[in-house]
Design a protein around this ligand. Structure first.
Ligand code: ADP
Ligand code: MG
Length: 321
């Protein structure tokens, strides 16, 4: 069974690419075939974390050249069973993913042949990133125990929860309208919870409320706390769980606490992931338990979302003018 693991973060620089590279190594060492995919367009550095040279076509070219198929971009990493689809290393900063390319990319990603396909997503809460995150129910959010990182992680969770509910309803229906206006009202400072939104959906129909609850369940996110230095950092992680539970009705599951590792930067200089350079490092040991957990808790598939045809309408109306 194939598992797609999208890896996201509210904020950049929290160790997402290092995590993806080392998780790839750990899963490959456990005998799984793994493809890591660099979808951090404009900031791609996954190849560097794995010591792969950046002289090959990647997602950046794929987006511009409709004749390239995703499977043509898969490269060996030098590590047995571990492969990479590089980012936009030849065309840095130029990638702008259109709606159609996004759908094609998602389809071709899930057609790649491997046990695990790990997606290194761009930081932030754009719809593109959230849609990739929702493409699988195995998403992992990386957060560090800094206030800004926790706040950005919360914004990301909020984006995931609302987008999940929104896309669980078909286009042009009153439920979508309600979810959308609720999100906008919340941004304006209204202190209302997701539970209240579900209450309002119930006034349209009980089935609508049920559908929103299912979407909420599908949007549950697993969190890895990275660069932990003190035991009090665990409490900071607990804050995220608390506010996500209270405001978003979402249960944040922590699946890893990865320590700050002094030697991390030398692994990048030596162009080899820490899991290969120093398998006994505390970071690598903690990561191996994340990998074991991923293997022992198999995928629960994906939720049947409707597409967001608003994107499609925008593209179409521009073309038809
Ligand atoms: N556990 C860790 N301990 C120490 N430094 C880390 C750790 N994880 C990541 N880093 C460092 O943080 C920086 C950003 O990591 P990176 O994976 O590129 O972040 P992102 O992909 O989230 O932008 C790098 O310099 C990396 O060496
Ligand atoms: Mg990165």
């Amino acid at each position: 069974m194939k598992t797609v693991i999208p890896v996201a973060s509210g904020k950049g620089g929290v160790g997402k690419s290092i995590f993806v590279a080392n998780l790839g190594v750990c899963l490959a060492q456990a005998g799984k075939t793994v493809i890591v995919v660099d979808l951090d367009l404009g900031g791609s550095n996954l190849h560097t974390c794995l010591g792969v040279r950046n002289s090959n076509a990647g997602i950046g070219q794929y987006i511009y050249d409709k004749n390239i198929r995703l499977e043509q971009l898969v490269l060996e990493t030098g590590q047995r069973k571990l492969f990479i689809v590089p980012g936009d290393s030849l065309l840095p900063g130029t990638a702008n993913l259109s709606y159609f390319r996004k759908l094609k990319l998602m389809k071709e990603l899930s057609a790649l042949v491997a046990d695990y396909i790990i997606l290194d997503l761009g930081a932030g809460s754009s719809f593109n990133t959230i849609d990739f995150f929702l493409a699988s129910q195995n998403g992992i959010l990386i957060c560090t125990p800094e206030t800004t990182s926790v706040l950005n992680a919360y914004s990301f969770l909020k984006g995931v929860v609302f987008r999940s509910m929104y896309r669980s309803f078909p286009p042009d229906c009153p439920e979508r309208e309600l979810v959308h206006s609720y999100l906008t009202a919340r941004i304006e400072g209204a202190d209302r919870s997701v539970e209240q939104l579900i209450g309002q959906l119930a006034s349209i129909s009980e089935a609508s409320a049920q559908q929103a609850r299912k979407a909420l369940e599908a949007a549950q996110v697993r969190v890895v706390l990275n660069m932990g230095r003190h035991s009090r950092d665990i409490a900071i992680g607990g804050k995220l769980r608390e506010i996500a539970g209270k405001n978003l009705n979402t249960d944040v599951a922590y699946i890893g606490f990865l320590p700050y590792e002094e030697h991390m930067s030398s692994s990048i200089i030596r162009r080899s992931p820490l899991a290969l350079l120093d398998p006994q490092a505390a970071y690598v040991k903690a990561l191996r338990s994340v990998a074991d957990r991923i293997i022992s808790e198999p995928a629960s598939g994906s939720f049947p979302y409707y597409q967001d045809d608003d994107d499609l309408r925008a593209v179409a109306s521009a073309a038809l003018q």
